[in-house]
Design a protein around this ligand. Structure first.
Ligand code: FO1
Length: 308
């Protein structure tokens, strides 16, 4: 089997990827992770989407939340709160260890790619996880006259603001991390994970060389819709698609990726949208796309690998 290249955001992506590594040799999987959500707190570099994928593939993720480390404690955060620091971003004690190691590697002059590869090795992950870029790209949320940092919008304010625009600061200058363009070219299949198209996949696509390579690759490009029955499986994707003038539906997802998508896996609840999606020149597979258990993830990963 050839190389499989996946574009990933956070929780939805990680759930599909944990199935994919059971269906294909994990060494054949290259995952590009969104780093538009990255930020610095207490002097540490946090890469939430890379962490979610790493913790899930390492089998240590907090299953209920989908992020953070299972069974983590929050003693350091409690103390930071007592010392007068802001503590709205819930960093657990074990989670902090990862951010400390990443920051140390970066301070030694290595790149985010190298830090991610080191952390994956330490956690025993065999798939190759790569940040979208080693250059900083930061997602900014515009809500009318307000302009918010991504985590301020997502975690601190709980996604309550209406999103009128999304900016990817630094994207024009950012280069894809080493290996990404080659992997897209070589891949047999490119998988667009069921992540928020605007907040998680668009930051990756905002690096124009990545988007161009996806348009030009011979690989079969297959996506899984994160929208089921007009609602996001998790998070604010449906509300954001609507407020940005897009249709919050499986069709809306196909339309958003139309320039490079060959095939979209949609949920049974969206069967009625099949013909409209096909009119875009995108093939459709209908299945149950919800992933509550590892078995669900494996079953969906098999569908993604077989669809043609
Ligand atoms: N998400 C939350 O909703 N609240 C948190 O306090 C939070 C902390 C956190 C810590 C480390 C980490 O790697 C991720 C964390 N996330 C938290 C998840 C994350 O911020 C978002 O899910 C992504 O940025 C969007 O994919």
């Amino acid at each position: 089997m050839g190389l499989i290249f996946a574009l990933a955001g956070g929780v939805g992506a990680a759930r599909l990827l944990r199935g994919l590594v059971q269906v294909i040799p994990p060494e054949d999987l290259v995952i590009v992770g969104n780093t538009g959500d990255d930020f610095e707190v207490y002097g540490l570099h946090i890469s939430p989407d890379l962490d979610i994928v790493m913790y899930t593939l390492a089998g240590i993720v907090d299953e209920a939340k989908g992020w953070g480390v299972s069974g983590d404690t929050f003693n350091c955060l409690d103390m930071l709160g007592k010392l007068g620091f802001e503590t709205w971003f819930k960093l657990g004690d074990r989670d902090l260890a990862i951010h400390i190691v990443r920051t140390k590697i970066l301070e030694e002059g290595m790149t985010l790619s190298q830090a991610t590869a080191e952390l994956c090795k330490m956690l025993g992950i065999k798939a190759r996880l790569v940040p979208m870029s080693n250059d900083p790209v930061r997602t900014k949320i515009v809500s009318g006259k307000l302009r918010l940092e991504f985590q301020e919008y997502f975690v601190k304010r709980g996604t309550k603001d209406e999103v009128t625009d999304v900016l990817f600061e630094g994207a024009e200058k950012a280069k894809p991390a080493p290996g990404i363009l080659e992997a897209i070219k070589e891949a047999e299949r490119v998988v667009i994970c069921p992540s928020n198209p605007i907040l998680s996949i668009a930051p990756i696509l905002s690096i124009s060389m990545i988007r161009d390579q996806l348009r030009n690759t011979d690989a079969y490009v297959i996506g899984v819709s994160p929208i089921v029955g007009g609602k996001a499986i998790k998070g604010p994707a449906d509300r954001i698609m609507t407020s940005m003038g897009l249709e919050a539906s499986a069709y809306g997802v196909a339309k958003y990726y139309e320039d490079f998508l060959d095939h979209l896996v949609i949920d049974k609840a969206d069967e009625h949208q099949k013909d409209r999606i096909k009119e875009l020149g995108v093939k459709v597979t209908i299945t149950d796309t919800r992933m509550k258990s590892l078995e669900d993830s494996i079953r969906l990963a098999r569908v993604v690998m077989k669809a043609q």
